[in-house]
Design a protein around this ligand. Structure first.
Ligand code: SAH
Length: 417
């Protein structure tokens, strides 16, 4: 008699396996007419944020400067002030003629983000910013100092239309898309904070030359649902001459799995790091956990992720929030490994993230031993897997916790000028 294999990649029928189903408690998931979780792809119409230099290509900037009656080369000077000195203050731009300077700066570097609140943890090495946009919409970004790198988690939308029941951002739906410049300004403002020595580190060190080295699009919003603006922001981030001059591989675009947009991203000439928020290897569970799975199934999303690797040579990340008794079963680790291996070796790694608590959440992170077993099975199957350490839980700044709450609204109202 042959021994039964220790693991099985099909769903066990035994009643010994607990299976918690996704549901919400303490908040109501918005539904469409057919009773399914509402998916919002289009941005609700609101007043557009003022056009800013970072929304424009270098050619468009020159045209705009000329429109204001000034010579085109002033555009480069403004870009230098903004991207290398992190300033939008006309008083600091003494290389520009005093006459017309205010108008020039007002025309190309309008203020975009008002800081409402700053929360810190990890001895000052992690800062969560709450920003108010021109129309009162609120967004957050999280700045994290690590040994050898500084990472900023940026928002790409105010709110999010993807309605994932375990993520705080989705609970209030999508307020609107952010402009490219609103995305970029989060970085410039963070660089300002770093250069002035306000982000932890050793107090005695000179921080003036330090800046954000890594960007993760893991703040509020679904970046691929705001594709054009996100790509313009990425172009500005990597532009060495008239932008931030960051490296593309240091920029991670994370998506819930908008397959056509993933394929479009693969065809761009900027090889950013790509992350897919999978969270379940089987459609049965993912249909409930990630509402967009009703459009694009697990296999389609994985095929698109593999195609991203083929097009760019960049190893793809699979994000997997480990939720107790929901998606953390050994058989799911095996099924995930099987599906990834079926698409080849060396193209992917898995980042499990123990679930972070969100308001009204009825689920917990997996037990430590279950996390370890999940990781072990994937590694044993030849899929490199490491648990991701998420920062900022104490200040509700960790993955899935970003939401502009009513308290934040009150704080924003109190600081509104
Ligand atoms: N919309 C994009 C990016 C924002 S979320 C996306 O879904 O990928 C960034 C990451 O945090 C995603 O992998 C998301 O699934 C994960 N996340 C969301 N809520 C979480 C929670 N409560 N605990 C842990 N990770 C969570």
């Amino acid at each position: 008699m042959t021994e039964r294999p220790e693991s099985t990649t099909t769903r066990p029928t035994s009643t010994g396996v607990r299976q918690v189903r996704p549901r919400t408690e303490g908040w109501q998931q918005q539904k469409d007419e057919s009773g399914r979780p509402l998916l919002q792809f289009a941005s609700p119409k609101r007043g557009k944020p003022p056009v800013h230099l970072a929304d424009l290509t270098p050619e468009e900037r020159v045209a705009k400067v000329k429109e204001l009656g000034l010579p085109g080369f002033r555009a480069k000077q403004l870009a230098k002030h903004y991207f290398t000195h992190y300033t939008s203050d006309p008083a600091a731009m003494t290389d520009l003629p005093a006459e017309g300077r205010e108008e020039l700066v007002a025309g190309l570097l309008p203020p975009l983000l008002t800081e409402v609140r700053r929360l810190q943890t990890d001895g000052g090495d992690t800062i969560k910013f709450l920003w108010r946009l021109h129309d009162g919409a609120l967004v957050e970004s999280v700045l994290m100092r690590y040994p050898g790198r500084i990472t900023l988690c940026v928002s790409s939308q105010a709110g999010c239309g993807m309605n994932c029941p375990f993520c705080a951002t989705g609970q209030a739906g999508l307020t609107r898309n952010m402009s490219a410049a609103e995305i970029v300004d989060q970085i410039v403002r963070a660089n300002q904070v770093i250069a002035s020595g306000e982000l932890g580190g050793k107090k005695a060190d000179d921080h003036s030359a330090e800046r954000v080295s890594n960007i993760v699009f893991m703040g509020m919003g679904e970046p691929l649902a705001n594709y054009a603006r996100v790509m313009q922001a990425v172009r500005v981030m990597v532009d060495k001459k008239e932008g931030l001059g960051m490296s593309a591989r240091g920029i991670t675009v994370s998506t819930v799995g908008l397959v056509p947009a993933i394929r479009k991203l693969a065809a761009e000439d900027i090889p950013v790091t790509f992350a897919l928020s999978l969270h379940a290897p089987d459609d049965e569970l993912r249909d409930e956990l990630i509402p967009v799975n009703s459009r694009w199934k697990v296999d389609e999303a994985l095929d698109a992720a593999r195609a991203y690797f083929d097009a760019t040579g960049r190893r793809v990340s699979i994000e997997y929030a480990l939720i107790r008794d929901m998606n953390d079963h050994a058989w799911r680790a095996d099924l995930l490994a099987e599906k990834l291996n079926a698409r080849g070796k060396g193209w992917v790694h898995v980042n499990p993230i123990p679930l972070n608590p969100t308001p009204g959440s009825v689920w917990d992170a997996s037990e430590r031993s279950v996390q370890m077993e999940f990781v072990r099975r994937l590694n044993d199957a030849g899929v490199p897997t490491t648990i991701r350490d998420t920062r900022g839980k104490e200040i509700d700044g960790a993955c899935g916790q970003l939401v502009a709450t009513e308290d934040d609204q009150a704080a924003a109202a109190a600081t509104a000028g």
